[in-house]
Design a protein around this ligand. Structure first.
Ligand SMILES: *Cc1c(COP(=O)(O)O)cnc(C)c1O
Length: 430
């Protein structure tokens, strides 16, 4: 008997797609085309006026990419999703859909390096400023809210310190102040956490990591939970005539059925359409392939990561380890409230011989690849302070929980004994 609502594992494989009605192909077809033929002048005009939804031009949307968007929407329990060329482009496009010159963001300080630089160094040039706060105390978010604040921003498991965000507590503050909570869920994926159930209004993620899962393509996606009311006057871009789109007031003029996804519609028709960071349909196909095995892979990633973390915790050459799955981890208690299927695929630690020892450790790894990525089937290692987070000052690195000796491991799907043996021989040389 078929369940009414398909289960998560079924949605990973089927949501958003049915066999192609014309060609009958079972696999997802890649629509490698820039443009789509209009049936008539009226059809074309309706599509451009949003009176009818359909394909126009791949920069705005593509049927292969649409399957990915609909599948992620189903997996996150959201209302609509928009794919982008990268996680980074997804984040920037999200911010400028809500905030403009003179506006302000309150963000966790424990952020992916590129996001930190975007908020700290690029957005100020557009007149958007950010106050960074320690995510471990949710009340920090409330204290930092200003009259011009438009967004609260967190990562579920922050990168690289791995502090877990108490979404229930932070979303309560967001609701009280009528602000959208934007959550970067890259490190948890929908296989470990449904952020919308904990009050997220917008979920962004890099598809590049565990969703793609094999280190073969770059992409990002934004999911609109459809649960935020944009009619509060402080959201100018939703309440004043939008010069970017026929003078439309998104929170007022849209038909009621579309009002819940006003954000997703503006995201597609303003930044995606006019700034153009579109995902290639070839990459969309790669991410759909990745999704089919997401649950199976994530289960193995978390199993291996837990074992690596416990191994490092006991190793005499290691001075400290952070993994939300370790009982002693500062955010374990909070993380355990939310994460019922494991604590993610990244472990960070420091060796007793410090920064230099960390460098030696990385240089001597054989099975782990030294590179700047996470979420690959292959195990990876990186020294963030000299690579991904090197744009940050020493002070910013410290505030983001990044000591200079920190080594980040992304634990892959290899046999655990082979992984531990590689760590063991490299640690022996530190
Ligand atoms: C990788 C990553 C990003 C950026 O995504 P790209 O696809 O590399 O642009 C953003 N946030 C987090 C948490 C990430 O790990």
């Amino acid at each position: 008997m078929a369940a009414k609502t398909p289960a998560f594992e079924t949605n990973l494989i089927h949501a958003g797609q049915s066999p192609d009605p014309t060609q009958l192909s079972r696999g997802v077809a890649i629509h490698r085309t820039s443009s789509f033929v209009f049936k008539s002048t009226e059809h074309a005009a309706n599509l451009f006026a949003l009176k009818e939804f359909g394909n126009i031009y791949t920069r705005l949307g593509n049927p292969t990419t649409a399957i990915l968007e609909d599948r992620i929407t189903a997996l996150e329990g959201g209302a609509a999703s928009v794919a982008f060329a990268s996680g980074t482009a997804a984040i920037f496009s999200t911010i400028i859909t809500i905030a403009k010159q003179g506006d302000h963001i309150v963000s966790a300080s424990n952020l992916y390096g590129g996001t930190y630089t975007q908020f700290d160094a690029i957005l100020p040039d557009f007149g958007i400023t950010t106050t960074f706060v320690d995510v471990k105390d949710p009340s920090n978010f409330e204290k930092a809210i200003q009259p011009n604040t438009k967004i609260l921003y967190v990562e579920t498991i922050g990168n690289p310190a791995l502090d877990f965000a108490d979404l229930d507590a932070i979303s309560k503050i967001a609701k009280k102040h009528k602000l959208p909570l934007v959550v970067d869920a890259t490190f948890t994926t929908p296989a470990l956490l449904h952020s919308i159930e904990h009050g997220a209004n917008i979920v962004v993620q890099s598809l590049t990591k565990w969703i793609g899962g094999h280190g073969t393509a770059i992409g990002g996606i934004v999911t609109d939970a459809g649960n935020f009311d944009w009619s509060d006057k402080k959201f100018d871009q939703f309440n004043k005539n939008d010069k970017n789109y026929h003078g439309l007031r998104w929170a007022i003029d849209l038909p009621d059925a579309l009002k819940p996804i006003a954000f997703a519609l503006r995201l597609r028709t303003v930044p995606l359409r006019n700034l153009g960071a579109s995902l290639s349909p070839d990459s969309a196909w790669i991410f759909l392939q990745g999704l089919e095995t997401l649950n199976l892979r994530v289960a193995r990633h978390v199993e291996n990561s837990q074992k690596v973390a416990e191994y490092l915790e006991k190793h005499k050459k290691v001075s400290w380890v952070r993994y939300p799955g370790l009982k002693a981890d500062p955010t374990h208690k909070v993380a355990a409230k939310y994460l019922k299927n494991g604590f993610g695929g990244v472990v960070v630690f420091g060796v007793k011989s410090g920064r230099e020892g960390g460098g030696k450790f990385i240089d001597n790894l054989k099975l782990f690849s030294h590179l700047a990525n996470v979420g690959d089937a292959k195990s990876l290692a990186l020294h963030p302070a000299s690579t991904s987070h090197s744009q940050l000052s020493d002070e910013q690195q410290k505030a983001g929980g990044l000591p200079p000796e920190l080594v980040r491991l992304s634990i892959g799907l290899e046999n655990i004994d082979d992984l531990l043996a590689d760590l063991d021989q490299a640690l022996a040389l530190t």
